[in-house]
Design a protein around this ligand. Structure first.
Ligand code: ADP
Length: 610
C-alpha cells in the first residue's frame, strides 16, 4: 500500500519517466554508434592491412625474383627480414614471406622463427600460391581472440613467386571499442544522475504548487478561507492556482453571504413578535423561535424534534389537514392548571413545497391573540355598558314624558316634578357623554395637557371650598394636611382639578353623615409628590378593588346611579394621572374607609415633558 502510494506520487512518476526516456535514448544511440564505429574501424583496419600487404608484395618481389634465380639464401633472408621489419607498421601483426614452394622465408614473429625454412600448410597460403588473394575477414581463435588473415600472391604476369601471409590481431581495435562503450556507459550514468537531479527539481516546480493547492483545498474543507495559493508562474499550474484563489474568494463570499442570510433570518426570527415553527414532512419540529417558546410557555425546553401536534395540543387527524394545506387557520386555546383558558393562539399554517417533491414540511406562525381577544371583549362590554347607561336615563325620560303627555302636564306640581326628573336624567346623560368624550380623548391620545406652574396646596383648599355645601349638608369634616414644604408643580390645572373633584366627590358620596375626610400632601422624596384622600366611608370589598378603575365598574350599581355617578370617575382620574406620568392607587376596608392616593413626578421649570 505504502509502496503503491510512493509510485502514485507525480514527482516519482515524472522522475521514472525521465530516467526511462534517457535510458532508452542512450541505449539506442549507443548501439547505433558502437555498431557504426565498429564497422568503420574494421573497414579502416582491413584497408590498412591490405595496403600494407600490397606494399610488402611490391618490396618483397625483387628478393623473391633473386631467390628464384638461386642467389645465396641466407643473405636474401636477412634482407627480407629487414624489409619486412621496416614496413611492418601494424603492431601485433605477424608477417610471413613464403616462396613459391610454400617454404617460409621470413617471419616477424619471434615465436615462429623456428618455422623459417619449413613448409607452411595454411590453406590461405596454398590458395595465394595459386595466385588468389585471400582475405578471410574477422576470425576468432580458441581463446576467443579476434584476428584477421590476408594471404597475397607475389609476382605478376601469371607467375607466382611466393606469397605474403599476414595475420593481425584485432584486439586493439576491440579494446578501443570497449573503451568507447565504457565512456558511453559512464556518460549514460552521468546523464541519468543529472536527469534524476533535474527531474527532482522540475517535478518539484510542478508538484509544489499542486501540494499547495491540495493543502488549501483541505483548509477550505475545514472552513479556513484565509489561505491563498502562492502564484509563482503564469503557466497552466499558475493559472490553476489563480483559478483556485479566485474560487476560494468566491466561496468565502458565498459562504459569508449565506451566513449573513442565516443571521438575518435568525435575527428576524428571534425578533419577531409572532412565533414561528417549521416542521419536516413528518411534523417534527426543525426550527423554532424564542417567541414560539414564550407563547407556548416552553422556554426552558429545546422543542426541536418534538411533534407539532403534541406541542400545539392538537390531535394527529386535526393537524393533518393543516399540514397538507387544506386549511390554514386555527384558533387554539391553551389551558392553565385550573383547566381555564389562559391563552388564545391564532396559528396560520403554510405548507413548504419543493419542486418535484411535493410538500416537504410546514411553517406555523403563532400569534398570541389573548390580549386582542380580551380587548375585543372589553370593547364589546364597553359598548354594551354605554348603551345600557344611556338607555336607563332615556327610558326614564321617555316614561316621564309619556306621563306628562297622558295628562300629568295639567297638574302643575306633578308636571314640575316630572320635568325636574327628566332634566336630572338629561344632565346625567350629558355628564356621561362628557366623561366618555374625555376618556376617548385619552384613548386616542388626543388629550393635550397644558401644564403650568401650580400650587397644589391652593388647589386642595379650593376643592374643599367647592364641596363645602355638600360637606356641610352631610356634616362631614374635611381636613387638609401638608407635610413639609411643597413646591409648585408643572400640572394641567383643569385636569388635576377634575381628578380631585372626582375623588373628593366619591369620598363624600360614599361616606355617611358625620364622617371625616382627610386630604394629605407630602414629598416622599425630592422627585415625587404624594396626595392621598382618605374617608371614613363604607369602603370597598377586596374582590372589587382589582377592577375598581375599570370603566363602568361600580361596587353597588344602583347606589352609584342613584347618587348620579357614571362609573367613569375613577377611570378618568387614572387616565389623567397616567398622562402626568404618575400612578394612582386605592386601599380600602369595608365599613372603615377608603384611601385613594396618587403620586406625581416633580417637574422643575424648563424640564417639562409635554
Ligand atoms: P361613580 O360615578 O359610580 O362614583 P367611580 O368610577 O368614581 O364611579 O367609582 C367607581 C366605584 O368605586 C363606585 O361606584 C363605588 O362603588 C366605588 N368607590 C369609589 N370611591 C369610593 C369611596 N371613596 N368609598 C367607597 N367606594 C368608592
Amino acid at each position: 500500500m505504502k509502496e503503491s502510494r510512493f509510485f502514485q506520487s507525480i514527482q516519482i512518476r515524472l522522475i521514472i519517466i525521465y530516467v526511462l526516456l534517457i535510458l532508452i535514448a542512450m541505449q539506442l544511440i549507443g548501439v547505433y554508434f558502437v555498431k557504426t564505429l565498429e564497422n568503420t574501424f574494421q573497414k579502416t583496419f582491413s584497408q590498412s592491412l591490405n595496403n600494407q600487404v600490397d606494399l610488402l608484395t611490391k618490396f618483397v618481389e625483387p628478393y623473391l625474383e633473386l631467390n628464384q634465380e638461386g642467389k645465396s639464401e641466407g643473405k636474401i633472408q636477412e634482407e627480407l627480414d629487414g624489409v619486412v621489419k621496416n614496413l611492418n607498421t601494424i603492431s601485433k601483426a605477424e608477417i610471413q614471406i613464403i616462396d613459391s614452394n610454400g617454404i617460409m622465408m621470413s617471419t616477424t614473429s619471434i615465436k615462429n622463427r623456428s618455422l623459417v625454412g619449413q613448409k607452411t600448410t595454411q590453406t590461405e597460403v596454398s590458395r595465394a600460391l595459386q595466385g588468389i588473394k585471400v582475405d578471410a575477414g574477422t576470425m576468432v581463435d580458441s581463446t576467443g581472440a579476434r584476428y584477421r588473415v590476408i594471404a597475397m600472391p607475389i609476382g605478376g604476369g601469371g607467375k607466382v613467386l611466393g606469397a605474403v601471409y599476414m595475420i593481425a590481431s584485432m584486439e586493439d581495435l576491440y579494446d578501443r571499442i570497449k573503451d568507447i562503450n565504457r565512456i558511453l556507459v559512464s556518460g549514460t550514468l552521468i546523464a541519468l544522475g543529472l536527469t534524476v537531479l533535474l527531474g527532482v527539481i522540475l517535478a518539484h516546480t510542478i508538484t509544489n504548487p499542486i501540494k499547495d493547492i491540495t493543502k488549501q483545498a483541505k483548509a477550505i474543507a475545514e472552513g479556513d478561507f484565509n489561505r491563498q495559493v502562492n502564484v509563482v508562474s503564469h503557466d497552466e499550474i499558475g493559472q490553476l492556482s489563480l483559478a483556485f484563489n479566485h474560487m476560494t474568494n468566491r466561496l468565502k463570499e458565498a459562504l459569508s453571504q449565506n451566513e449573513e442570510e442565516k443571521e438575518k433570518l435568525s435575527s428576524i426570527l428571534s425578533n419577531m413578535s409572532d412565533g414561528v415553527i417549521a416542521t419536516d414532512d413528518k411534523g417534527k419540529i426543525i426550527v423554532v423561535n424564542a417567541r414560539s417558546k414564550q407563547i407556548l410557555r416552553k422556554q426552558e425546553q429545546d422543542m426541536i424534534g418534538l411533534d407539532i401536534a403534541e406541542v400545539l395540543e392538537m390531535s394527529m387527524g386535526q393537524i393533518g389537514k393543516y399540514v397538507l394545506g387544506d386549511e390554514n387557520n386555527v384558533l387554539i386555546q391553551l389551558m392553565d392548571d385550573h383547566q381555564e383558558v389562559s391563552k388564545q393562539i391564532q396559528v396560520t399554517f403554510t405548507p413548504i413545497h419543493r419542486r418535484g417533491k411535493g410538500i416537504t414540511g410546514t411553517i406555523a406562525v403563532l400569534h398570541d391573540v389573548t390580549e386582542q381577544e380580551k380587548m375585543e371583549r372589553s370593547r364589546r362590554e364597553f359598548v354594551a355598558n354605554v348603551s345600557h347607561e344611556l338607555r336607563t336615563p332615556l327610558t326614564t325620560i321617555k316614561s316621564y314624558l309619556e306621563a306628562l303627555d297622558d295628562g300629568a302636564i295639567e297638574d302643575p306640581t306633578l308636571s314640575r316634578k316630572f320635568v325636574a326628573v327628566a332634566r336630572n336624567e338629561t344632565e346625567r346623560m350629558i355628564r356621561l357623554v362628557t366623561d366618555l368624550l374625555h376618556l376617548s380623548r385619552f384613548d386616542s391620545q388626543q388629550a393635550v395637557l397644558s401644564k403650568e406652574q401650580t400650587n397644589i396646596v391652593d388647589m386642595l383648599e379650593e376643592v374643599a371650598d367647592r364641596f363645602s355645601f355638600q360637606l356641610q349638608k352631610k356634616s362631614i369634616d374635611i381636613l387638609i394636611l401638608t407635610e413639609g414644604e411643597i413646591p409648585s408643580l408643572m400640572l394641567d390645572r383643569d385636569q388635576i382639578d377634575q381628578v380631585l373633584d372626582n375623588l373628593v366627590s366619591n369620598a363624600i358620596k360614599y361616606t355617611p353623615e358625620g364622617g371625616k375626610i382627610e386630604i394629605r400632601t407630602e414629598m416622599p422624596d425630592k422627585e415625587h409628590l404624594l396626595v392621598s384622600i382618605s374617608d371614613t366611608g363604607i369602603g370597598i370589598p377586596k374582590k372589587d378593588l382589582e377592577r375598581i378603575f375599570d370603566r363602568f365598574y361600580r361596587v353597588d350599581k344602583a347606589r352609584s346611579r342613584n347618587m348620579g355617578g357614571t362609573g367613569l370617575g375613577l377611570s378618568i382620574a387614572r387616565e389623567i394621572i397616567k398622562a402626568h406620568n404618575g400612578v394612582i392607587d386605592i386601599a380600602s376596608e369595608v365599613n372603615r374607609g377608603t384611601t385613594i392616593s396618587f403620586i406625581l413626578p416633580v417637574q422643575r421649570e424648563g424640564s417639562e415633558g409635554k
